[in-house]
Design a protein around this ligand. Structure first.
Ligand SMILES: CC(C)(COP(=O)(O)OP(=O)(O)OC[C@H]1O[C@@H](n2cnc3c(N)ncnc32)[C@H](O)[C@@H]1OP(=O)(O)O)[C@@H](O)C(=O)NCCC(=O)NCCS
Length: 382
């Protein structure tokens, strides 16, 4: 009997996990807590703690955790020197992937895969990745990095290191919500690639480097940047309906729509949509949310497809003042919590991930040495 093949591992349950679940009836949960509850009431720091330690911190635990994040937030000067030598035209995701690889060389626990060392490495990565992202952005734009301020929260520091300003409370709250929504999503492609790397007993930084490379693609984390480029191309709400219908007639994929798991809509989309609307109400840019709503309407009527998290994140990020080339790196700044939690879980109960394939190539061919061709002009000489 022919074995069953599932291209893209669609609907395959590859392992168990106690980190996150997409529950079709009740929604998305992180370690038992609903995403609505966490995004509305928790800080990113608390959710990061929840994901890597498995439970929410008590008051003292949270204070200690925030203080550790603060101590580990600056990155080694050497990394900044290396970034300064890179081409100014570099893609930020490429630099970020390389920078995480270099961070490994400065991590005292790099080769230690024990639980405690993995937790220490996870904390360093969670807190230093926004420092790396904002430093790369500033250096590639000819500016000097801004050192983190230990008095500011994780999300406040992101904006502070990006442009030197402490953001308004609502902007910091919107980024907090966004990082929580992006934090974890069970066996998505980038998390799975991190787990594949970790399953060979390779180290945390190698796994995260694999994950960043996987997230970069336009079918995964790269979609949020493509959504904003589409909104800018459309330009005004009066053109949105025709623009999308034309794109669909050309059989184009519309970024920010569809999902491998959510076929009736992404639980996270409604949450970020509310923030996108409120950010627009507070700003003088009134088109991006409006265009997005028209696209959502057309996609639902014409294709029966719903927005995923990346769709309204694009307008929300833009209205928060985040540059488009940082949209996918900001996804990394959220998902690093989930990735590191999965590497910890994989190392704790490891089994090498090594699936099979169904061979469809030729069989029974016979090897022949390639015939030597004689060059007539040189024949007979020497
Ligand atoms: C995410 C994605 C890769 C999931 O893909 P998938 O589960 O493999 O679904 P499929 O590619 O099999 O698509 C099923 C059908 O919907 C269509 N479809 C899926 N997403 C679409 C989109 N964004 N725009 C237009 N059509 C889309 C496909 O063309 C296909 O139609 P067909 O059956 O007529 O050929 C896909 O929806 C996509 O490319 N989305 C855009 C990129 C994006 O937003 N990525 C972020 C994901 S969180």
């Amino acid at each position: 009997m022919k074995p069953e093949v599932s291209p893209g591992l669609e609907d395959i349950i590859a392992d168990t996990s106690s980190i996150c679940s997409v529950e079709h009836e009740t929604g998305l949960i992180y370690r038992g807590y609903s995403i609505e509850d966490l995004s509305e009431n928790a800080t990113f720091e608390e959710v990061a703690y929840l994901l890597i330690f498995g439970k929410l911190p008590d008051h003292k635990g949270l204070e200690d955790f925030i203080s550790r994040l603060s101590q580990e937030r600056p990155v080694p000067e050497d990394i900044l020197h290396i970034i300064r030598r890179l081409p100014r035209t570099s893609n930020i995701m490429d630099v970020l992937r390389s920078a995480v690889s270099i961070l490994a060389l400065y991590d005292p626990d790099v080769a230690d895969n024990s639980h405690d060392a993995n937790i220490r490495k996870a904390i360093r990565l969670i807190t230093s990745i926004p420092t790396v992202i904002t430093s790369i952005y500033r250096i590639l734009h000819g500016k000097e990095p801004i050192h983190p301020d230990p008095k500011l929260s994780h999300t406040q520091n992101f904006f502070y290191m990006l442009n030197g300003d402490i953001p308004e409370d609502f902007i910091a709250k919107a980024l907090n919500v966004s990082l929580i929504l992006y934090a974890e999503h069970e066996f998505n492609a980038s998390t799975f690639s991190a787990r594949v790397t970790a399953s060979t007993l390779s180290d945390m930084h190698s796994a995260i480097t694999s994950a960043i490379g996987t997230l970069k693609g336009s079918l995964h984390g790269g979609a949020n940047e493509r959504v904003m480029q589409m909104l800018l191309n459309i330009g005004e709400s009066s053109k949105a309906e025709v623009w999308i219908k034309d794109a669909l007639a050309r059989k184009e994929r519309i970024p920010g729509f569809g999902h491998r798991v959510y076929k009736k809509g992404d639980f996270r989309s409604d949450i970020i949509k509310r923030y996108s609307r409120e950010l627009e109400e507070r700003s003088d840019q009134t088109e991006w949310y409006k265009i997005s709503c028209i696209i959502e309407d057309v996609m639902s009527k014409e294709k029966g497809l719903y927005p995923n998290l990346d769709f309204y994140s694009a307008s929300a990020f833009y209205l928060m003042g985040i540059p488009i080339e940082l949209f996918t790196p900001v996804f990394v700044a959220g998902r690093i919590t989930g990735w590191t939690a999965h590497v910890i879980e994989q190392h704790e109960n490891n089994r090498l991930i090594r699936p099979r394939c169904l061979y469809t190539g030729q069989r029974g061919l016979k090897y022949h040495k390639p015939e030597q061709k004689h060059n007539k002009t040189t024949e007979g000489h020497g």
